[in-house]
Design a protein around this ligand. Structure first.
Ligand code: BYC
Length: 472
């Protein structure tokens, strides 16, 4: 496999120099990407040195090199995981055939759509987070935000590479369109709902990294099973970076929970707002919001699209190759929840059309593990409070439950009850205003905003007062 060549304009391990046509397409796209990054990337810090991690090779030891970089000079490149010798298609109608190195003509449109949908989320999240630098709780967090942002930028490069390398003129047009849609824009919004929501404060950012990036993990893991080998290898490498984003989310929320608990103990009160903390009931409302938005990203419970993606060998299940069934699922059943009047009931559905729900199940179990770790923090302070995930039918906009109102504990409720209670379940304007009022930048080395505890350890084992971003 080609090593990464950093002297090239576009670092890569795909022997780009040998493919003049592709190289030209990407070199043509690069200034447009940089223009987008200047216009829509992190606001106000573009000329600062940031202590960032850059991929220098794709093997487990070498993909993280730390050093100061100005974000527009970050070496966004194209890195695919190592090829697997004699890789086969592991599921669907083409099971057992050699994995495709080129796009099969019959699946061209479907594959392009999957890649565009995935690609669209990456710049969207950078757009959503662009103003957060101005209110960072610490230099450590500021640096983590920028790390996430540059890596989302690289994930966009990863999808654009696939489009330009494998989809000809259509692919190049889609690559351009990825830079033209805008998160939350009325006329040209991003494709998926969650990526048009606002990320107005750092609590929302940490929640987004925990819940929405975790959807990314599960979607990428399913695409990593793809019979289209370049997509599989691209996603496999992206997953190594995704793990850091979820770490930022889980540890960020955990540190806010910890600070709330410390304030509760210190002042012997549940009302930590008086002392500049974010109270646990407010944390619960933010969980309810971000979890429900992210659950929508898995699509409808019963989806023929998902069945077709699978049968065609384009998108597998989470850990497809570890499963021991026939990997075709033509006869299997899977329990899917649905509505029976005003009751939520489980039904057996054909396994093939239930794949979105199955992936959502894997996702919910993973989220629950993170929530359990937050609850451990609460318990360790001797406080009697449990954070929970909302029921998966709560506040849904996609799928069966989009038509009904459901409480966080999973009861179908009347519109009147929803109107009376939703302020207890979801962040209100007052909650958002309170959280917003805490968002004052803390940029002194080693200092931390009062609403969040310091991290357990520094990035790359750096000292507490390390200058993660050089602001002067
Ligand atoms: N919003 O059969 P259905 C990440 C559409 S995040 C708006 O239920 P399907 C990241 C759907 O397109 C990971 N529309 O759904 C995280 C379809 O339209 P058509 C992103 C939606 O197709 C943080 C119709 O509704 N990765 O990486 O089985 C930071 C019926 O659809 C939504 C991917 O998305 C929605 N939420 O599955 C940065 C992977 N849901 O056909 C990055 C690629 C559905 O009627 N995408 N619709 O026109 C996919 O695998 C699938 O497209 C989906 C939807 C899972 C999204």
């Amino acid at each position: 496999m080609a090593p990464i060549d950093y002297d090239e304009r576009i670092p890569n391990n795909v022997s780009l120099a040998a493919d003049r046509r592709l190289l030209r397409a990407l070199e043509d796209w690069q200034p447009k990407f940089l223009e987008w990054w200047h216009d829509m990337g992190p606001e106000g810090f573009q000329s600062k040195d940031v202590y960032l991690r850059t991929a220098v090779s794709v093997d487990p030891k070498g993909w993280a090199q730390f050093g100061y970089v100005k974000m527009p000079e970050y070496r966004w490149g194209i890195f695919l995981a190592e090829p697997e010798a004699d890789r086969r298609i592991n599921f669907g109608d083409h099971q057992g055939q050699p994995a495709w190195q080129d796009v099969p003509g019959e699946y061209r449109g479907t594959l392009r759509r999957l890649i565009v949908t995935q690609g669209d989320t990456e710049p969207a999240s950078v757009e959503q987070q662009r103003h957060l630098g101005r209110t960072c709780p610490s230099l450590y967090d500021l640096r983590n935000l920028f790390q996430v942002n540059v890596e989302e930028g690289r994930h966009l490069w990863a999808m654009v590479y696939l489009l330009d390398a494998h989809f000809g003129r259509d692919g190049r047009e889609e690559s351009e369109a990825l830079l033209q849609r805008r998160s939350g824009d009325h006329d040209k919004p991003r494709i998926l709902g969650a990526f048009n929501e606002k990320t107005p404060d750092w609590l929302s950012f940490f929640m987004f990294c925990f819940f929405t990036d975790r959807d990314g993990k599960y979607q990428l893991a399913s695409l990593a099973e793809s019979g289209f080998d370049p997509l599989s290898r691209t996603c496999r490498f992206m997953l190594t970076e995704e793990a850091h984003h979820m770490f930022v989310g889980e540890s960020g929320v955990g540190r806010i929970v910890q600070r709330a608990c410390e304030l509760m103990r210190e002042h012997k009160t549940d009302d930590v707002r008086k002392h500049g903390g974010i109270d646990l009931p407010t944390m619960q409302k933010y969980i309810n919001f971000h979890c429900s938005v992210s659950l929508d990203l898995f699509g409808s419970e019963v989806s023929t699209n998902a069945a077709n993606f699978y049968t065609a060998g384009l998108k597998g299940r989470f850990e497809e190759t570890k499963k021991t069934d026939d990997h075709r699922l033509k006869d299997g059943l899977y329990p899917v929840i649905g509505l029976d009047g005003d009751k939520i009931v489980a039904r057996q559905e054909a396994a093939l059309v239930s794949l979105n729900e199955r992936l959502r199940d894997d996702y919910v179990a993973d989220c629950q593990r993170g929530v359990n770790r937050w609850n451990e923090i609460i318990k360790s302070h001797g406080i009697d409070f449990t954070l929970t995930l909302p029921h998966r039918a709560f506040r849904r906009a996609i799928g069966t439950f989009a038509e009904v109102r459901v409480s966080p504990d999973g009861r179908v409720v009347s519109q009147a009850e929803w109107d009376a209670r939703h302020r207890d379940w979801l962040p209100t304007e007052e909650d958002a205003a309170y959280v917003g009022s805490l968002m004052k930048p803390v940029t002194e080395r080693g200092k931390m905003a009062g609403w969040i505890a310091p991290p357990a350890r520094g990035v790359n084992s750096q000292a507490e007062d390390f200058e993660y971003v050089r602001l002067s």
